[in-house]
Write a protein that binds this ligand. Sequence first.
Ligand SMILES: Nc1ncnc2c1ncn2[C@@H]1O[C@H](COP(=O)(O)OP(=O)(O)OP(=O)(O)O)[C@@H](O)[C@H]1O
Length: 244
Amino acid sequence: MTAAIELLDLVVTRGNKTVLAGVTAEITAGSITGLLGPSGSGKTTLMRAVIGVQKIRSGRILVLGQSAGSPPLRHRVGYVSQAPSVYGDLSIRSNVEFFAAIYGCGKSAVDDVLNTVGLQDYAARRTSLLSEGQRSRVSLACALVAQPEVLILDEPTVGLDPLLRLELWNEFERLAADGMALLVSSHVMDEAKRCQSLLLLRDGALLANLSPEELADRTGTVDMDEAFLRLVSGSGRSDQREAR
Ligand SMILES: Nc1ncnc2c1ncn2[C@@H]1O[C@H](COP(=O)(O)OP(=O)(O)OP(=O)(O)O)[C@@H](O)[C@H]1O
């Protein structure tokens, strides 16, 4: 499988704190990688480093074979931050058209992406009048309109109801099946089951890099919250691969 993102001994400091302490991992194209860990473990920092907006102290990040943040990657990497970054005074369609214009995409790309995120019926609605879940979908549509090969999603399902959460994960699976590499951070351990690979962070260190099945096997439980706790406390079995 092709590595879409390669992290090599990545070290990031913020203030005087080491926020990422030598993370090495590969994120594969055509799959969903879950980035999981407690609040403050470094998930957002890692994502910011991958899109090239976070200064790194040492190490290397390659995205689609090029240095993270390099200009040719701008169209090829999509990012949706935790707070939906959309213009409240514009309609849904105008928000997506704005990003389409930046990326040089046509009208059909706008229609396609509105369909993809299920907002085509509300496209004329002013964004400030939307629910939180709808606003996150507008943000997702803005990131998807350039048809990126890599999509970075920072806690995309926070505050969403279970149905919307399910729909979004179904959409992520479709995008991965079309060849996209998705890196998705989450607090919700249950969402780990929808990923092909998991990166488990704790205090800036990569605790494990494994599949959900391997996590269940290593910790002896299919309950992802419990599995994480067992991993953290070291009470899981030690016969699986360690964090790479
Ligand atoms: N601008 C900043 N200056 C200094 N330290 C920061 C800054 N932003 C974040 N940090 C610190 O970096 C560490 C990692 O933060 P980060 O936001 O990457 O964690 P996270 O895992 O994404 O957390 P959450 O799940 O709560 O979003 C935390 O200890 C945080 O306090």
